[in-house]
Design a protein around this ligand. Sequence first.
Ligand code: F6P
Length: 283
Amino acid sequence: MTLKPIFDAIEKSAHRIRDAIASEDLCYSENCNATGDMQLELDIQSDLIIAEEFSKIAAVKAIASEEKEEEETLHERGRYKIAYDPLDGSSLIDVDLSVGSIFGIYDESFEAQKMLAAVYIVYGPRLEMVTAYKESVRHFIFRHDRFMEQTTIKLDEKGKLNAPGGTQRHWPSHHKEMVDSLFAEGYRLRYSGGMVPDLHQILLKGGGLFSYPGTTDKPNGKLRKLFEVFPFAFVYETAGGAAIDDKGRRLLELPCDDPHETTPCFFGSRYEIDRVKAAYGVD
Ligand code: F6P
Protein backbone atom coordinates (compact mmCIF):
# COMPACT_ATOMS: atom_id res chain seq x y z
CA MET A 1 0.00 0.00 0.00
CA THR A 2 1.29 3.48 -0.84
CA LEU A 3 1.74 6.35 1.59
CA LYS A 4 0.76 8.86 -1.12
CA PRO A 5 -2.63 9.78 0.44
CA ILE A 6 -0.85 10.46 3.74
CA PHE A 7 1.73 12.71 2.09
CA ASP A 8 -1.11 14.51 0.27
CA ALA A 9 -2.95 15.06 3.55
CA ILE A 10 0.23 16.52 5.09
CA GLU A 11 0.59 18.90 2.14
CA LYS A 12 -3.03 20.03 2.49
CA SER A 13 -2.61 20.55 6.23
CA ALA A 14 0.53 22.59 5.55
CA HIS A 15 -1.30 25.08 3.29
CA ARG A 16 -4.11 25.41 5.80
CA ILE A 17 -1.76 25.92 8.76
CA ARG A 18 0.34 28.40 6.80
CA ASP A 19 -2.86 30.39 6.10
CA ALA A 20 -3.88 30.21 9.75
CA ILE A 21 -0.46 31.49 10.87
CA ALA A 22 -0.70 34.37 8.41
CA SER A 23 -4.24 35.41 9.28
CA GLU A 24 -5.08 34.51 12.88
CA ASP A 25 -4.56 36.62 15.96
CA LEU A 26 -2.31 34.99 18.51
CA CYS A 27 -4.16 34.53 21.73
CA TYR A 28 -3.30 32.29 24.63
CA SER A 29 -6.02 29.78 25.38
CA GLU A 30 -7.07 28.62 28.82
CA ASN A 31 -5.79 25.15 28.09
CA CYS A 32 -2.41 23.67 28.88
CA ASN A 33 -1.10 20.78 26.81
CA ALA A 34 -0.09 17.42 28.27
CA THR A 35 3.49 18.50 29.03
CA GLY A 36 2.48 21.76 30.68
CA ASP A 37 3.50 24.34 28.04
CA MET A 38 1.04 27.16 27.47
CA GLN A 39 -0.99 26.16 24.45
CA LEU A 40 -1.49 28.77 21.79
CA GLU A 41 -4.76 28.96 19.95
CA LEU A 42 -2.81 28.25 16.77
CA ASP A 43 -1.49 24.97 18.21
CA ILE A 44 -5.04 23.81 18.72
CA GLN A 45 -6.14 24.92 15.28
CA SER A 46 -3.20 23.21 13.63
CA ASP A 47 -3.94 20.02 15.56
CA LEU A 48 -7.57 20.09 14.42
CA ILE A 49 -6.59 20.73 10.80
CA ILE A 50 -4.20 17.77 10.72
CA ALA A 51 -6.61 15.42 12.51
CA GLU A 52 -9.34 16.39 10.05
CA GLU A 53 -7.15 15.69 7.01
CA PHE A 54 -6.00 12.31 8.37
CA SER A 55 -9.54 11.32 9.31
CA LYS A 56 -10.37 11.26 5.57
CA ILE A 57 -7.86 8.45 4.94
CA ALA A 58 -9.11 4.94 5.69
CA ALA A 59 -5.55 3.57 5.87
CA VAL A 60 -4.80 5.70 8.96
CA LYS A 61 -5.53 3.60 12.00
CA ALA A 62 -4.59 6.06 14.74
CA ILE A 63 -2.97 9.40 15.43
CA ALA A 64 -1.03 10.71 18.40
CA SER A 65 -0.52 14.44 18.71
CA GLU A 66 1.75 16.47 20.91
CA GLU A 67 -1.39 18.41 21.84
CA LYS A 68 -3.33 15.32 22.97
CA GLU A 69 -2.91 13.22 26.08
CA GLU A 70 -3.61 9.86 24.44
CA GLU A 71 -3.54 8.40 20.95
CA GLU A 72 -6.83 8.50 19.06
CA THR A 73 -8.18 5.74 16.82
CA LEU A 74 -9.43 6.99 13.46
CA HIS A 75 -10.11 3.81 11.44
CA GLU A 76 -10.15 0.50 13.26
CA ARG A 77 -9.19 -1.37 10.08
CA GLY A 78 -6.47 1.04 8.99
CA ARG A 79 -2.79 0.08 8.96
CA TYR A 80 -0.73 3.19 9.65
CA LYS A 81 -0.21 5.16 12.83
CA ILE A 82 0.93 8.76 12.66
CA ALA A 83 2.49 10.78 15.46
CA TYR A 84 2.81 14.51 14.93
CA ASP A 85 3.70 17.81 16.50
CA PRO A 86 1.25 20.17 14.79
CA LEU A 87 3.14 23.41 15.43
CA ASP A 88 6.57 22.98 16.98
CA GLY A 89 8.16 26.12 18.42
CA SER A 90 4.86 28.01 18.18
CA SER A 91 5.93 30.71 20.66
CA LEU A 92 8.45 31.86 18.03
CA ILE A 93 5.55 33.10 15.90
CA ASP A 94 5.32 36.02 18.34
CA VAL A 95 8.73 37.19 17.12
CA ASP A 96 8.16 36.16 13.49
CA LEU A 97 10.71 33.33 13.40
CA SER A 98 10.20 30.07 11.51
CA VAL A 99 8.19 27.23 13.02
CA GLY A 100 7.27 23.75 11.79
CA SER A 101 5.09 20.65 11.83
CA ILE A 102 6.68 17.23 12.35
CA PHE A 103 5.26 13.82 11.37
CA GLY A 104 6.35 10.20 11.92
CA ILE A 105 4.46 7.51 9.99
CA TYR A 106 4.54 4.01 11.47
CA ASP A 107 3.52 0.58 10.30
CA GLU A 108 0.91 -0.66 12.80
CA SER A 109 2.53 0.48 16.04
CA PHE A 110 4.38 3.46 17.50
CA GLU A 111 7.76 1.77 17.77
CA ALA A 112 10.78 3.60 16.40
CA GLN A 113 11.85 0.52 14.42
CA LYS A 114 8.47 0.50 12.67
CA MET A 115 8.80 4.00 11.25
CA LEU A 116 8.23 4.01 7.50
CA ALA A 117 8.60 7.70 6.76
CA ALA A 118 9.16 11.05 8.43
CA VAL A 119 8.07 14.42 7.11
CA TYR A 120 8.47 17.95 8.35
CA ILE A 121 7.10 21.27 7.17
CA VAL A 122 8.86 24.62 7.67
CA TYR A 123 6.68 27.73 7.90
CA GLY A 124 9.21 30.46 7.24
CA PRO A 125 9.66 33.14 4.62
CA ARG A 126 8.78 30.21 2.29
CA LEU A 127 6.71 27.10 2.85
CA GLU A 128 8.99 24.06 2.60
CA MET A 129 8.67 20.33 3.12
CA VAL A 130 11.22 17.57 3.68
CA THR A 131 10.33 13.89 3.37
CA ALA A 132 12.43 10.89 4.38
CA TYR A 133 11.10 7.76 2.76
CA LYS A 134 12.58 4.72 1.06
CA GLU A 135 16.19 5.70 1.65
CA SER A 136 15.99 9.23 0.32
CA VAL A 137 15.49 12.62 1.89
CA ARG A 138 13.77 15.00 -0.51
CA HIS A 139 13.39 18.75 -0.24
CA PHE A 140 10.33 20.58 -1.63
CA ILE A 141 9.47 24.28 -1.88
CA PHE A 142 5.89 25.48 -2.27
CA ARG A 143 5.65 27.48 -5.50
CA HIS A 144 2.81 28.14 -7.93
CA ASP A 145 0.35 26.37 -5.66
CA ARG A 146 2.23 23.12 -5.20
CA PHE A 147 5.26 21.61 -3.51
CA MET A 148 8.00 21.45 -6.15
CA GLU A 149 10.86 19.05 -5.61
CA GLN A 150 14.31 20.62 -5.31
CA THR A 151 17.13 18.27 -4.40
CA THR A 152 17.84 15.07 -2.56
CA ILE A 153 19.54 15.92 0.73
CA LYS A 154 22.77 14.19 1.80
CA LEU A 155 24.75 15.21 4.85
CA ASP A 156 28.48 15.74 4.49
CA GLU A 157 30.83 13.69 6.66
CA LYS A 158 31.61 16.84 8.69
CA GLY A 159 29.73 20.11 8.98
CA LYS A 160 30.27 23.66 10.23
CA LEU A 161 27.25 24.52 12.38
CA ASN A 162 26.65 24.03 16.08
CA ALA A 163 23.13 24.26 17.59
CA PRO A 164 23.32 23.59 21.33
CA GLY A 165 19.92 23.46 23.08
CA GLY A 166 19.03 23.88 26.74
CA THR A 167 20.22 26.28 29.42
CA GLN A 168 24.02 26.38 29.65
CA ARG A 169 24.17 26.58 33.43
CA HIS A 170 22.29 23.27 33.61
CA TRP A 171 24.56 21.44 31.13
CA PRO A 172 26.84 18.66 32.41
CA SER A 173 30.49 19.79 32.31
CA HIS A 174 31.53 17.22 29.67
CA HIS A 175 28.73 18.52 27.43
CA LYS A 176 29.93 22.10 27.81
CA GLU A 177 33.50 21.04 27.01
CA MET A 178 32.30 19.28 23.85
CA VAL A 179 30.25 22.30 22.69
CA ASP A 180 33.16 24.67 23.43
CA SER A 181 35.65 22.45 21.61
CA LEU A 182 33.52 22.52 18.47
CA PHE A 183 33.44 26.32 18.61
CA ALA A 184 37.22 26.33 19.16
CA GLU A 185 37.50 24.24 15.98
CA GLY A 186 35.67 26.90 13.98
CA TYR A 187 32.03 25.78 14.18
CA ARG A 188 29.49 28.61 14.02
CA LEU A 189 26.54 29.04 16.36
CA ARG A 190 23.16 28.67 14.69
CA TYR A 191 20.30 28.34 17.16
CA SER A 192 16.84 29.91 16.85
CA GLY A 193 15.09 27.81 19.51
CA GLY A 194 12.88 26.13 16.91
CA MET A 195 13.80 22.50 16.42
CA VAL A 196 12.47 22.39 12.86
CA PRO A 197 14.34 25.38 11.41
CA ASP A 198 17.47 24.59 13.44
CA LEU A 199 17.69 21.00 12.18
CA HIS A 200 16.61 22.09 8.68
CA GLN A 201 19.47 24.57 8.49
CA ILE A 202 22.05 21.95 9.47
CA LEU A 203 20.64 19.50 6.91
CA LEU A 204 20.61 21.99 4.05
CA LYS A 205 24.02 23.45 4.87
CA GLY A 206 25.85 20.16 4.77
CA GLY A 207 25.99 19.22 8.43
CA GLY A 208 26.90 20.09 11.98
CA LEU A 209 25.50 19.22 15.37
CA PHE A 210 22.13 19.82 17.04
CA SER A 211 22.19 18.77 20.68
CA TYR A 212 19.64 18.78 23.47
CA PRO A 213 21.34 17.10 26.44
CA GLY A 214 20.03 15.81 29.74
CA THR A 215 20.43 18.75 32.14
CA THR A 216 20.33 19.20 35.90
CA ASP A 217 16.80 20.61 35.63
CA LYS A 218 15.67 18.15 32.90
CA PRO A 219 17.69 14.92 33.23
CA ASN A 220 15.78 13.30 30.34
CA GLY A 221 16.08 16.33 28.10
CA LYS A 222 13.15 18.30 26.75
CA LEU A 223 12.40 16.94 23.32
CA ARG A 224 9.69 14.31 22.93
CA LYS A 225 10.60 10.98 21.42
CA LEU A 226 7.43 10.37 19.44
CA PHE A 227 6.71 13.88 18.19
CA GLU A 228 10.16 15.39 17.69
CA VAL A 229 13.06 13.01 18.24
CA PHE A 230 12.18 9.84 16.27
CA PRO A 231 11.09 11.66 13.08
CA PHE A 232 14.27 13.76 12.97
CA ALA A 233 16.43 10.73 13.80
CA PHE A 234 14.85 9.01 10.79
CA VAL A 235 15.53 12.05 8.57
CA TYR A 236 19.16 12.41 9.72
CA GLU A 237 19.99 8.71 9.37
CA THR A 238 18.35 8.55 5.95
CA ALA A 239 20.43 11.58 4.90
CA GLY A 240 23.62 9.73 5.87
CA GLY A 241 24.09 11.30 9.31
CA ALA A 242 23.56 9.86 12.76
CA ALA A 243 21.26 10.39 15.76
CA ILE A 244 22.05 9.12 19.26
CA ASP A 245 21.19 9.63 22.92
CA ASP A 246 23.65 10.40 25.75
CA LYS A 247 24.50 6.69 26.13
CA GLY A 248 25.50 6.45 22.47
CA ARG A 249 22.41 4.42 21.52
CA ARG A 250 20.70 5.01 18.21
CA LEU A 251 17.60 7.08 18.96
CA LEU A 252 15.66 4.82 16.59
CA GLU A 253 16.33 1.86 18.88
CA LEU A 254 14.92 3.47 22.02
CA PRO A 255 11.67 2.19 23.49
CA CYS A 256 8.82 4.63 23.99
CA ASP A 257 6.49 3.72 26.84
CA ASP A 258 4.53 6.95 26.99
CA PRO A 259 3.63 9.22 24.05
CA HIS A 260 5.08 12.24 25.87
CA GLU A 261 8.38 10.66 26.96
CA THR A 262 11.51 12.75 26.33
CA THR A 263 15.18 11.85 25.79
CA PRO A 264 18.54 13.62 25.53
CA CYS A 265 19.33 13.71 21.81
CA PHE A 266 22.09 14.52 19.34
CA PHE A 267 21.65 14.80 15.59
CA GLY A 268 24.47 15.44 13.18
CA SER A 269 26.90 14.37 10.57
CA ARG A 270 29.16 11.42 11.33
CA TYR A 271 32.12 13.48 12.53
CA GLU A 272 30.19 15.48 15.13
CA ILE A 273 28.35 12.43 16.45
CA ASP A 274 31.73 10.72 16.96
CA ARG A 275 32.77 13.82 18.94
CA VAL A 276 29.66 13.47 21.14
CA LYS A 277 30.44 9.78 21.76
CA ALA A 278 34.02 10.62 22.76
CA ALA A 279 32.90 13.46 25.08
CA TYR A 280 30.28 11.28 26.75
CA GLY A 281 32.65 8.29 27.00
CA VAL A 282 30.32 6.03 25.01
CA ASP A 283 32.64 5.23 22.07
O1 F6P B 1 10.00 21.51 22.04
C1 F6P B 1 9.84 22.81 21.72
C2 F6P B 1 11.10 23.55 21.35
O2 F6P B 1 10.71 24.87 21.08
C3 F6P B 1 11.91 22.99 20.18
O3 F6P B 1 11.36 23.35 18.95
C4 F6P B 1 13.28 23.57 20.42
O4 F6P B 1 14.33 22.86 19.82
C5 F6P B 1 13.39 23.56 21.91
O5 F6P B 1 12.05 23.60 22.43
C6 F6P B 1 14.16 24.75 22.43
O6 F6P B 1 14.38 24.63 23.79
P1 F6P B 1 15.41 25.57 24.61
O7 F6P B 1 14.82 26.95 24.52
O8 F6P B 1 15.36 25.02 25.99
O9 F6P B 1 16.77 25.47 24.00
